[in-house]
Design a protein around this ligand. Sequence first.
Ligand code: ATR
Length: 275
Amino acid sequence: MTHNAKKAGVIGWPVGHSKSPLIHGHWLKKYGIDAAYVAIPAQPDDLKREVDKMIAGGFYGFNVTVPHKQAIIPMLDFVRADAERIGAVNTVVINPDGTLEGRNTDAFGFIENLKEAAPKLKLGRGTAIVLGAGGAARAIVYALGHEGYKDIRIFNRTLGRARELAQAFPGAEGFAWDELPDHLPDAALLVNTTSLGMKGQPELNLNISTLSKKALVNDIVYNPLKTGLLVSAHARGNPIVTGIGMLLHQARPAFQAWFGIMPDVDAALRKKVLA
Ligand code: ATR
């Protein structure tokens, strides 16, 4: 990096485990861009100060991660319509005049992963079943609606959250967790958006014996790459898509917004992120 190098980063707390520096660093090198992508740890009280420092420091923009994806919104001059609907911003572009534009690239990442890994899936057709009703689910339910799904069934431990999420999106309905077995035969797509199955978290422990054999099963958890859900779905012959592609694809539009090149997801990048 030279003195006048471009800068971008990711702000969060904690931020040390973020894969974004690795992903963007890979692309900067690959495309020969003289820039640095740095991790900026900031607790909630420090968010505004750290954002102001980035503006003053000539940053092109930054990613926003836990716990700031909602808190950042009042600090922005513009928020794109999709980010507004999702209610969370994961990417900020700093314009040359210092104004800030918020975007959300998670919905894009989710859909691009399905398109790449399951090109035969007829997006928008049939019933989509979503497990979980947190922040990740919100972006995914938005994405599913945008792709044309008119039957989106959300199952969550806390029924109220499932109903509340469903209310915000046409075609979505919230259900209690124990109703799931009755609905699994209808699924064309089953997505886990909960943290269950992630390393260090409890297993999802879902009985999928009633799941349609044709249903595509996707987990957004990528550590481990093959979650318990994906292992059991694969064992009974269902097509599966892992979660790593969502992480990689969501980073692409941010890189393009800052550096002007839409990067691709190559095998070397996949390998690095999974290492
Ligand atoms: P994220 O932004 O990653 O989606 P979140 O907003 O905290 O994180 O949401 C986590 C999701 O995982 C929620 O759907 C949560 O269910 P509740 O709404 O009932 O909390 C779900 N989840 C987390 N731990 C769980 C557990 N042990 N059993 C069932 N669901 C769980």
